[in-house]
Write a protein that binds this ligand. Structure first.
Ligand SMILES: C[S@@+](CC[C@H](N)C(=O)[O-])C[C@H]1O[C@@H](n2cnc3c(N)ncnc32)[C@H](O)[C@@H]1O
Length: 281
C-alpha cells in the first residue's frame, strides 16, 4: 500500500509523541512495510484512512497497536554474552558484598522488550542460590510496548526464541515445554521477575532505587536531547553506588554529566557524584 506524505507525517507524529523517537523521512519506508499487513488485517484500505482515524484519536487501541508495531523489539537471551560474564564475575560479587547488611537487591531491565534480558538475569541469580539465600531479590523488566510486556509476563517463548542465546542446559533446567507453543519459564524464575509498562521519558518507576540497571539497545534510537533526558531519569533511579550498563555502541559520556565509566570495569557507568565523593574521601 502506498503511504502519502500526509499519512506518514501523522503516523510519525503519533509515534514520536508516544515514544520520544523521531521517525525521520529516510525511515518513512518502514511505515509502509510494517503497517501494510497490519492495515489489511483490520480492514483499513489505505494509509490515508488510517491517518484520518489516528488524527481524530478515534481508536486509542489502534493507536497503541500501531506504536507497538513500529517499535524495534529485537532481543534475545544472554544478548552480548560478555556483558553477562562481567555481571557474573564482577558486578554481582561486588553487590553481594556491599548489600550484605540489607540482603536486598533490585535489578532493572529497562526497555526489556519481551523480557529475555530480565529472565537471563533471573537465571544467573537462580543458579547462585547459595550466594543469595535469605536475600530479597527483585528483577523488574519494563518497556513502553504493551504487546512486548504482555509477552514478557506470559513467560512463554517460541522454539526459535529460546534457541537464540539460551544453552540447552538452562533451557531444560529453567523452562517447561508447552505443547506446540514453545517453552514457559518455571515459577523459580517468574517469582523473581515482574514486568511493567513504562516510558523511559516519563516519571520514574515506583519502589526505590536500583542496584543494577541494564538499559541496552534503546538509547540509540533517540535524539541527543532525548538521550540526555533518559540518562537523567536513569541516574535518579540508580543507587548512588549502583551500576548502569548500556548497549554496545551506546555511551553515557557526552550525553549526560551524571555518569562516569568505571575505571576498573569500563562497560559499567557509575554515578559521577558518587565517584567524586569516593575519590575525595
Ligand atoms: C531493540 S529493543 C532492546 C531490548 C533489550 N534491552 C535488549 O538489548 O535486548 C529496544 C526496546 O526499547 C523499547 N523502547 C523504545 N522507546 C522506549 C521508551 N520511550 N521507553 C521505554 N522503552 C522504549 C522498545 O519498545 C524496545 O522493546
Amino acid at each position: 500500500m502506498e503511504v502519502s506524505d500526509r499519512a506518514a507525517q501523522v503516523i510519525a507524529g503519533l509515534f514520536e509523541k508516544a515514544t520520544g523517537q523521531r521517525f525521520t523521512e529516510e525511515r518513512f519506508w518502514r511505515i509502509g512495510t510494517t503497517l501494510t499487513p497490519f492495515c489489511k488485517a483490520r480492514g483499513i484500505g489505505s494509509f490515508d484512512q488510517l491517518a484520518s482515524i489516528l488524527a481524530r484519536s478515534a481508536d486509542p487501541e489502534l493507536s497503541l497497536d500501531i506504536i507497538d508495531a513500529l517499535l524495534n523489539n529485537e532481543t534475545s537471551f544472554f544478548r552480548d554474552p560478555n556483558v553477562f560474564t562481567q555481571i557474573d564475575r564482577h558486578i554481582l560479587p561486588r553487590l553481594a558484598a556491599s548489600r550484605q547488611d540489607v540482603k536486598r537487591l533490585r535489578l532493572w531491565s529497562a526497555a526489556c522488550s519481551s523480557g529475555q534480558e530480565a529472565y537471563s538475569l533471573a537465571i544467573m541469580l537462580a543458579e547462585q542460590a547459595e550466594r543469595w539465600a535469605g536475600w530479597k531479590i527483585e528483577i523488574i523488566g519494563s518497556d513502553i510496548s504493551r504487546s512486548a510486556i504482555a509477552k514478557a509476563r506470559s513467560a512463554l517463548f517460541t522454539q526459535l526464541e529460546v534457541q537464540r542465546g539460551l544453552p540447552i542446559r538452562q533451557l531444560v533446567g529453567w523452562f517447561d515445554p508447552v505443547l506446540d507453543r514453545g517453552w514457559r519459564a518455571k515459577p523459580a524464575l517468574t517469582s523473581l521477575v515482574t514486568f511493567a509498562r513504562h516510558n523511559l521519558l516519563g516519571p520514574p518507576l515506583a519502589g526505590g532505587r536500583f542496584d543494577l540497571i541494564l538499559c541496552r539497545n534503546a538509547l540509540l534510537y533517540f535524539s541527543p536531547e532525548r538521550k540526555h533526558q533518559m540518562l537523567e531519569g536513569l541516574s535518579l533511579a540508580l543507587a548512588s553506588d549502583g551500576a548502569l550498563l548500556l548497549g554496545a555502541g551506546e555511551t553515557a559520556l557526552g550525553n549526560s554529566a551524571r555518569f562516569v565509566s568505571d575505571p576498573a570495569l569500563p562497560i559499567v557507568y557509575r554515578s559521577a557524584a558518587h565517584a567524586r565523593f569516593t575519590n575525595a574521601a
